[in-house]
Design a protein around this ligand. Sequence first.
Ligand code: ASP
Length: 437
Amino acid sequence: MPKLELHWQILIAIIIAAIVGGIVFNNFEATGVEPTLFGVRYLAIFDYIGTIFLNALKMIIVPLITSSIIVGVAGIGSGGNLGALGGKTLLFYASTTLAAILVGLVLVNAIGPGYVDGEPAKDLLALDASTAEFEERVAGTGLGDVAKIFQRMVPPNIFAAAVEGQMLGIIFFAILFGYFMTHLEDEYASPLYRFWDSVFHVMMRMTEWIMKFAPIGVFGLVAAVIAKAGYKATGPLATFAVVVLLALALHAFVTLPLLLRFVGRVRPFGTIKACAQPMLTAFSTASSSATLPVTMDAVEDNVGVSNKVSSFVLPLGATVNMNGTALYECAAAIFIAQAYGFELTFAMQFSIVSIALLTSIGVAGVPSASLVAIAIILSAVGLPLEALGVLLVFDRLLDMARTSVNVWGDCSCATIVARLSGEETKVAINPQPERRG
Ligand code: ASP
């Protein structure tokens, strides 16, 4: 019997987890006692399994990011080449993120999930800060906080940055390290290159091994989420969640495929299929950093992007390029403003868009990381921070969805950048016939 492909196994694990988690949740609701297996709470079992899997993925992030960026940058070689690849990558990252934010902005404004029957949904959401209170705060700006995120890019201690998982700091250090390796004599440069390249290869092998356990790990992660929260969905918050999911779907299945088709000249749905595994892993873990090893594996093996491009573009993207997160930040801030009945001027909407763009770059690729960024946006436009609590209700589900879009955005950009750098890939439209002779 042919073995079921891993992404199908993961998908089945997600479905079973949603059913089992739902049963545990309903049982708890009905009896008021947490259901147990041999005296151990089911929730604790799910958490236990999920955490081991997540830890295994996280365990390889620091050596993976460091080695892949050093090898990537050193392999690209001289400053001119690095500039060209870096320029293309950043251009795609910025433009896809902006496109995602605009989709969110338009949908939330058009559907208005913060209003119920034309009235701000403040009471329904139990938000009670008065509007007058935040008008004073409009003067305060959150831009200082945005600047602080970027300050972390230059860490005072690279080992402390690694211990704390400060990805921006590690990326900056690794880019410099790789770049200056190209300035060394061969006698020094080549052993270094071989060392880091070998570390990178070991990390990729470890990823493939860890992913064999993905269906079990994913089951634990998803079942724990559902067993804790159930599928309760009510009122304006449910409408907000649907609007966000719709906007994320539009970006993932319309905007990015159009770019893949017309800029990258590749088969968009072939690319989605090739990247199903990282997207499902991102959905289950809600962490783009933890998904990075899986993303690199799929983009190289299934999409056929060269290691030279993927080892530079993807580790950078896992921290810097967050289409789903940026969309969510913007949608959440506008939803909260609507719920308070707070008219946002054009200038305010513009600053929400800009801060969402900037903070999405600095936000870490870990679960719920965007809540910090939303706090920055809320204080920048003068909205009360108490509203953050309301977002927590659906945060996990929306986090899973936006993280998948974050990772899909990285995969799409890597594919397009590879094509624009002259690579064939396995998803190209009309691939060139192989030359003979
Ligand atoms: N969980 C997201 C990620 O890892 C970040 C966020 O939006 O909270 O990509």
